[in-house]
Design a protein around this ligand. Structure first.
Ligand code: SF4
Length: 380
């Protein structure tokens, strides 16, 4: 398949890894933002191809993982009402709330449906005029345009039994939160190619200037990621020139992004602060519905159903530290023992983009024993 197969070429990947080894003279720690990139890295063993000086750490780019417990609890509270049909993406159903998940209340009779597009919810709303159809919308700037379109169309068509429980988040403020943390050990970023396809990369340029850190917009296939790493390390090694923002994913990303999608998002959403699971509140890191769309805002319409003082959850899950690059999944004492995909304690073990799920699926017992970082590296 064009634009896929050539980016999975094993010989090309080996050559890229060799080129990285040839330019690397000292330790570097690089964070890939997106959970999709994390899965590619672990699935294809990209980290094991790199020279031992290069450490990859995994960022907060798994939308399911960063959805806070309070919002899961709100979704559960809303879905528990008999007149509600709650729709979401499949990964959300098994993410633990305070004491249950959406799947467990579905088993007890709640009408919870998996959809592949927020627009499906409008059809469900029209087919069920006696019900309230609520879309639990999670995701970064990649999925936000489709959610915005659903809300926009609901208003245009006056579909008034549809509403949105919004949990959309923005990448640049999360990167700034990581960079400004005293614990930060990130020296370069691979930015998420699909987010930049929508948003472009002008929002990232101030981060490069402020923190003097290279950012490379990068795709998701093995050769993409290795090319992104090469561009990042090349900059880090070259101390005579200023760091810049590079675009490895130019087959999809333009500097200005998709202006049509951005305009639609701007019409429907405004920037709000958002709490990230395991990390805490990050200013300006979320998207909430504008006042013009208050009728379609599930949190406002069903405020009486939501506990204003939710219990504070204590958990052994260290997902916040993993998503900030401070620890890796196998550093969690529960990994692979008390926490597995069948019995997840935290969202990163549930989501198809979660770092813990990637390590469990592709590294298994190797990760459990904590041998990954010291294990089978290819020397050049
Ligand atoms: S292994 Fe489970 S408990 Fe540990 S950080 Fe990952 S999701 Fe959380």
């Amino acid at each position: 398949m064009k634009f896929v197969d050539e980016y999975r070429d094993a010989q090309l990947a080996q050559r890229m890894a060799k080129a990285i080894a040839e330019i690397t003279t000292q330790p570097w720690t690089i964070m890939e933002i997106c959970g999709g990139q994390t899965h590619s890295i672990i699935k294809y063993g990209i980290d094991q191809l790199l020279p031992e000086e290069v450490t990859l750490i995994h960022g907060p780019g798994c939308p399911v993982c960063v959805t806070p417990v309070t919002l899961i609890d709100r979704a559960i509270a809303i879905a528990s009402h008999p007149q509600v049909i709650l729709c979401s993406f499949g990964d959300m159903l098994r993410v633990p709330g305070t004491d249950k998940d959406l799947l467990s209340i579905k088993a007890k009779g709640a009408d919870i449906r998996i959809v592949y597009s927020p627009l499906d919810c409008l059809k469900i709303a029209q087919a069920n005029p006696e019900s309230e159809v609520v879309f639990f919308g999670v995701g970064f700037e990649t999925t936000a345009p489709a959610t915005a379109l659903a809300v926009y169309q609901a208003k245009q068509q006056q579909i008034r039994n549809f509403s949105l429980l919004a949990s959309h988040v923005r990448v640049p403020p999360a990167m700034e939160a990581i960079l400004s943390s005293p614990q930060c050990r990130v020296q370069g970023f691979l930015a998420a190619g699909h987010v930049c396809t929508v948003m472009g990369y002008t929002e990232y340029e101030p981060l490069v200037d402020k923190y003097q850190i290279p950012i490379v917009v990068t795709g998701f296939e093995p050769v993409d990621i290795l090319q992104g790493l090469y561009h990042c390390i090349e900059q880090l090694e070259n101390k005579t020139e200023a760091v810049t923002l590079d675009n490895q994913y130019s087959r999809s990303v333009r500097r200005e992004g998709n202006l049509g999608a951005q305009n639609l998002m701007h019409q429907v959403f405004e920037v709000v602060s958002r709490t990230w699971r395991g990390i805490g509140e990050i200013p300006d890191s979320g998207l909430g519905l504008r006042a013009d769309y208050v009728h379609w805002d599930a949190e406002k319409r069903f405020a009486d159903w939501i506990d204003p003082n939710p219990p504070v959850l204590t958990t052994e899950c260290i997902s916040g530290e993993i998503m900030q690059g401070v620890k890796k999944p196998h550093d969690c004492p529960a990994f692979g023992t008390r926490c597995t995909p069948e019995h997840p304690l935290g969202a990163p073990m549930v989501s198809s983009e979660g770092a813990c799920a990637a390590y469990y699926r592709y590294r298994g017992i190797e990760s459990i024993n904590g041998r990954l970082a010291r294990g089978v590296r290819v020397r050049h």
